[in-house]
Design a binder for this molecule. Structure first.
Ligand code: SAJ
Length: 431
């Protein structure tokens, strides 16, 4: 029987991918491009049906690419896990959100590992990609997989390799983003490095699965803390009557030792607000207080309030109170050029405006409708009429697609929380 290494090298290793979202589907396509048969699994039957019809719901995966993989017989999708037993490799790319209590929710990882365990066979490699706290692979996945008596490093391999997919990033994809991999044993690291060498130009093996889990958390905690720093700078500059955007621009001219981050109405997405909390939760369970993570969380969470206070100040100049004012919010997505609204601070800002008695509409070219606290809210067209009807326009997401010159021409007042209207003239105040 061919060894797993041989099957990986010759492209015949069958790759199972659990979770066909913004991480799993692009990864599946990369393996099919290298000739590997890929069996995708997702509990969402609608997703499976769309995929099997050749329709991609992930912006970074063109339907044409999916259809090619289907036609070549290199890709199948299923909602049932029974085909896992025919795989040589299984990669788990499921969500790791937070519970309402702000604690890690690893239930999706548990469900996926429990799907694999009864189908685990000798020679198989299992890799976890979902961002999680250090120790998850060894403490949660390993015992379940070894329950049948197979031994890691001898009978099967287990590793962690953090996903580094940045949705809508035109420059970086699976193939040209270095892939960190860390195994439960050195042999696990070696085999998983061989596997990812098939799809990534550069593989970065590290000592253990924990090292790989922690590398990812450092990457994203670094962002959350630096965004928190610059958000505090925005609050400081406001009190000093300084233009924080000019100051960041000036500091960015330093050719070494500085990396710009930009203030905004808060921190959105399913990575940056979430990943550091996984690490903080783990450390608190070990009686260690992760002060930077907590402080960044406090500051970033204060930005919606800060934004609304600034809007109130702006209206005050027209002797208008927030109460009874009509606000047009620009941008519901958590960052530019994406359709994703998860954890978007736009929701927090709008909630606060409504609580203060304002009426709010929104325009977002990428988000036609949202569920706002159980009520559907639709994006309004950006026209001179909708702009002039607003007492203030608030820029919350700096989508490039928006016609900011139109906004500058017709809006009575603009509060630009993202500096999206830099250089435009009009009644514009920036964060
Ligand atoms: N944000 C700011 N100021 C900044 C940068 C971001 O307020 O200077 C806000 C964004 O508006 C957004 C949130 O923070 O609401 C997160 O933004 P992000 O640029 O970090 O975007 P994400 O959440 O898509 O992060 C992903 C991460 N990728 C992975 O986890 C694989 C992150 O590691 C990447 O660095 C980031 O994309 C990226 O660079 O685009």
């Amino acid at each position: 029987m061919k060894t797993l290494e041989k099957k990986i090298r010759d492209g015949s290793a069958k790759v199972g991918i659990i979770g066909l979202g913004y991480v799993g589907l692009p990864l599946a396509m990369e393996f099919t491009k290298k000739g590997h048969p890929v069996a995708g699994f997702d509990v969402d039957k609608r997703r499976v049906s769309e995929l099997m019809k050749g329709r991609s719901y992930i912006l970074d995966v063109p339907s044409s690419e999916l259809q090619e993989a289907l036609k070549a017989g290199k890709f199948t999708a299923s909602a049932k896990g029974d085909r896992l037993s025919s795989c040589d490799v299984i990669i788990i790319c499921v969500p790791t959100p937070l519970r309402k209590t702000k604690e890690p929710d690893v239930s999706f990882i548990l469900d996926a590992v429990r799907e694999v365990a009864p189908r685990l066979k000798k020679g198989m490699l299992v890799v976890l990609e979902s961002t999680t706290y250090p120790g998850t692979t060894r403490e949660i996945a390993l015992p379940i997989l070894e329950a049948k008596g197979l031994k890691v490093g001898r009978d099967f391999h287990l590793a962690f390799s953090p996903e580094r997919v940045d949705p809508a990033n035109p420059r970086f994809g699976v193939h040209n983003t270095p892939k960190v991999v860390g195994g439960i044993t050195p042999a696990c690291t070696r085999v998983s490095a061989l596997l990812y060498g098939r799809v990534a130009q550069r593989v970065v093996p590290v000592a253990t699965a924990e090292s790989a889990e922690m590398a990812k958390l450092l990457e994203n905690t670094f962002r959350a803390v630096n965004i928190g720093l610059v958000n505090e700078m925005a609050q400081i500059c406001h009190r000093l009557k300084l233009d924080v955007w000019e100051i960041i621009e000036a500091a960015s001219t330093k050719p070494f030792g500085f990396m710009p981050f930009f203030p905004g109405p808060g921190l959105g997405g399913h990575c940056i607000p979430v990943d550091p909390v996984y690490l903080a939760w783990k450390m608190k369970a070990m009686n260690f207080e992760p002060r930077f993570i907590d402080l960044a969380g406090v500051i970033n969470s204060s930005m919606p309030d800060f934004t609304v206070e600034r809007v109130a100040e702006l209206l005050n100049e027209d002797c208008r109170s927030l109460k009874g004012s009509r606000i047009l919010a620009l941008g519901m997505a958590y960052k530019p050029e994406v359709t994703d609204v998860r954890e978007s601070p736009s929701f927090d800002v709008i909630k606060l405006l409504l609580e203060r008695g304002a009426s709010v509409q929104y325009h977002d070219p990428y988000v036609a409708q949202v569920d706002f606290e159980g009520r559907p809210m639709r994006s309004v067209p950006l026209t001179p009429k909708t702009l002039r009807a607003a007492d203030a326009v608030v820029v919350l997401t700096a989508h490039k697609k928006v016609d900011y010159a139109l906004v500058a021409r017709h809006a009575r007042r603009v509060f630009d929380a993202r500096n999206a209207m830099k250089g435009l003239k009009g009644n514009i105040v920036r964060l």
